[in-house]
Design a protein around this ligand. Structure first.
Ligand SMILES: NC(=O)c1ccc[n+]([C@@H]2O[C@H](COP(=O)([O-])OP(=O)(O)OC[C@H]3O[C@@H](n4cnc5c(N)ncnc54)[C@H](OP(=O)(O)O)[C@@H]3O)[C@@H](O)[C@H]2O)c1
Length: 116
């Protein structure tokens, strides 16, 4: 089965898309920054008849981005990355001013780079 890593799958567009990707026959690697929301998202995919696995990472943290990439990079079934996680400009992170850039730009570009 083909897997898709969907970041920011716990709210908004990502939450809407996740069960639909599962219904389309993809294994959804469902990412979010809140463990409870990720668990709920996995359940929603499964209730819709799909398969999902949950991953928790704060993409404003490059350490978390690396950890997420390390958890999925050796999967033979992973062929699609949907870099959906993001925040609008003006949002503030608890860790400081990096939230918009770190999440919307650095996180996705880092997690998309070739591994090895
Ligand atoms: N909605 C629009 O009109 C619009 C327009 C242009 C572009 N976009 C882009 O489209 C994407 C989805 O938009 P949306 O409206 O569906 O957004 P949303 O409802 O705010 O959902 C964003 C998702 O990203 C996650 N996220 C945010 N910061 C994160 C972080 N630091 N680490 C990990 N995950 C994080 C959120 O997790 P939580 O559930 O924990 O919050 C949520 O799952 C975003 O990239 C957004 O910038 C949206």
């Amino acid at each position: 089965m083909t897997a898709v890593l969907l970041t920011g799958a716990t709210s908004g567009l990502g939450r809407w898309l996740a069960p639909r990707l599962g219904q389309a026959g993809l294994t959804v690697l469902l990412h979010g920054r809140d463990a409870g929301k990720v668990e709920r998202g996995v359940a929603e995919v499964e209730e819709a008849g799909g398969a999902a696995e949950g991953f928790v990472a704060d993409l404003a943290s490059l350490a978390d981005v690396d950890r997420l990439a390390g958890a999925v990079r050796d999967r033979d079934d992973l062929t699609i990355l949907v870099n959906n996680a993001g925040v609008g400009f003006g949002a503030r992170a608890s860790s400081g001013r990096r939230a918009p850039t770190g999440t919307s730009c650095a996180g996705p570009s880092t997690s998309s780079r070739p591994s090895g």
